[in-house]
Design a protein around this ligand. Sequence first.
Ligand code: CP
Length: 320
Amino acid sequence: MKVFQHVSDIGDLKTALAEAFEIKENRFKYSELGKNKTALLIFFNNSLRTRLSTQKAAMNLGMNVIVLDVNQGAWKLETERGVIMDGDKSEHLLEAIPVMGSYCDIIGVRSFATFESRKDDYEEKILNQFIKYSGRPVFFMESATVHPLQSFADLITIEEYKRTPRPKVVLTWAPHPKALPQAVPNSFTQWMNAADVDFVITHPEDYELDPAFAGNARVEYDQMKAFEGADFIYAKNWSCPGVTRPEDYGKVLSKDMSWTVDARHMAVTNNAFFMHCLPVRRNMIVSDDVIEAPTSLVIPEAANREISATVVLKRMLQAL
Ligand code: CP
């Protein structure tokens, strides 16, 4: 695997899940694979889970790890070509990327949507430059539009906890005070569309996800109706994807607190498990009682980030 961005990059999901459970059984099984290989993890944005779980995954495989927080100690980077660099940015990404590539064997990058331009965000302007100029395999640690390590961990978690062969999985929008990117819901939708589940998305009008990710997924605008009989509730906020009105891209169009997942919502489900990628704002996205219930999977879901990252790095090492 040279790039890990979309569900298609991991290939057959049953095979990927089997690999994940093999690693979960013995996470050090491939500890010789990464000997004398270096993973460089580059963060343009904050992280707790991705930073720790991906470092742990690399260590499971015997790799050396370098972590770079671009905004803390590195030179400020210019990303646009043709700019006269007479401001506060000392280095251009076009030099910085191949230099970073020269110090490692595999690169992971986190770079969120900026909301300055829907076109630039959805064209993955930053990550594509890493793919083009680093000379190394690149895996996405949450980009402008996708978060595949999270979605793979989510799929592993659903597979572990499902009580029926084809569970009903509901992705629900929930309110948040700030504008958040669409990376998590985009990826989750892409992965659920590829998985053997009964998948439903629910959100207020004008929050439709980009068709490149939504595909033929069923959308139910009545949240309570969507929750009926659900086996898994996956809550997430996202800002307006700008599908129907591009000028609204990245805006917060609703803070409707009736969408907060609480006991009233969970009561109409099939005793559903609750999932969220974390970090989560309690009593905005989900009530205290729902996230603290025995059916809340947020901690095992986060723990599975180590497993998804180990599978991805293992595949990349095997392809070097
Ligand atoms: N879920 C997730 O990616 O968490 P972090 O932002 O803390 O890495």
